[in-house]
Design a protein around this ligand. Structure first.
Ligand SMILES: NC(=O)c1ncn([C@@H]2O[C@H](COP(=O)(O)O)[C@@H](O)[C@H]2O)c1NC=O
Length: 191
C-alpha cells in the first residue's frame, strides 16, 4: 500500500518517513540537529514547493516532526511557550493542506519524554490529539491517527524501523528519541 509521507509518534520516541512516487531522489541532511529533506545532487530540477523542508526540529527538550514547512512555525510556537496541542493546531490551520494536485495533508507530531501529540490538517478536517502510545498518521490512506505497533526505543532503531515498514516507495527516514535530551538519526535509501 502507498501511504505517502508518514509519522509515528509516542511518548519518548518518534519517526518520520518520506515515501514518494514522484520525487524519489531525496535524502535527509542533518544540520546541527535540524533534519532537512533535500534533493540529491542528481535530482531533476523542480518548482514543486513541497518537497524540500525541515522535517525534524528541536524545541526545549522536545522533537517536532512533520512533512513540510509547518515544522518551523510549530517549533517557534513551542519556543514561545505554546502547549503542543496549540502549537500544532495553530500552525496546521494557518498553512492548511497543500495546494497540490492531491490536496496533500500536512502531518506533524511533538514528542516529549513522557508525552506526545499528533496532528493532521486535511481538506475536510483538522485533528490534533495527545497520544499515550505510538500512533501513525500518513498523508494518504492512513490519514486518521491510529495506534500502531512500533518497537523502537532509540533514534537509530526508530529511523530504521520506519524506513523498513511495509509501505511502498521508501525514500528516507528520520528517528527521534527523547529523554533528558533529544537524539536523532537518519536512514537514507541511497546510502
Ligand atoms: N513532504 C514531502 O516530502 C512531499 N513529497 C511530495 N509531496 C507532495 O505530494 C505530491 C504527490 O507526491 P507523491 O506522488 O510522491 O506521493 C507531490 O506533488 C507534492 O506536492 C510532499 N508533500 C507532503 O507530503
Amino acid at each position: 500500500m502507498y501511504v505517502g509521507r508518514f509519522i509515528v509518534v509516542g511518548p519518548g520516541v518518534g519517526a518520520y518517513r518520506v515515501s514518494s512516487r514522484s520525487f524519489p531522489n531525496r535524502r535527509i541532511v542533518d544540520r546541527e540537529g535540524t533534519l532537512t529533506v533535500a534533493p540529491t545532487p542528481d535530482a531533476p530540477e523542480t518548482d514543486n514547493p513541497y518537497v524540500s523542508y525541515n522535517c525534524v526540529r528541536e524545541s526545549e527538550g522536545r522533537a517536532v516532526l512533520g512533512n513540510g514547512s509547518h515544522v518551523d512555525p510549530v517549533t517557534e510556537k513551542l519556543d514561545m511557550g505554546y502547549p503542543a496541542r496549540d502549537a500544532l493546531a495553530t500552525a496546521l490551520l494557518s498553512l492548511d493542506y497543500e495546494k497540490d494536485d492531491y490536496d496533500t495533508p500536512r502531518i506533524a507530531g511533538v514528542v516529549a519524554a513522557e508525552t506526545a501529540t499528533v496532528g493532521i490538517v486535511r481538506r475536510d478536517a483538522l485533528v490534533v490529539e495527545d497520544v499515550s502510545e505510538p500512533t501513525l498518521v500518513a498523508t494518504y490512506e492512513e490519514d486518521d491517527p491510529r495506534a500502531f505497533e512500533f518497537a523502537a526505543t532509540d533514534a537509530d532503531a526508530a529511523a530504521r524501523e520506519a524506513y523498513d515498514l511495509d509501505f511502498e516507495h521508501a525514500v528516507c527516514a528520520a528517528g527521534v528519541a527523547v529523554d533528558d535530551a533529544v537524539r536523532t538519526a537518519v536512514v537514507n535509501g541511497a546510502d
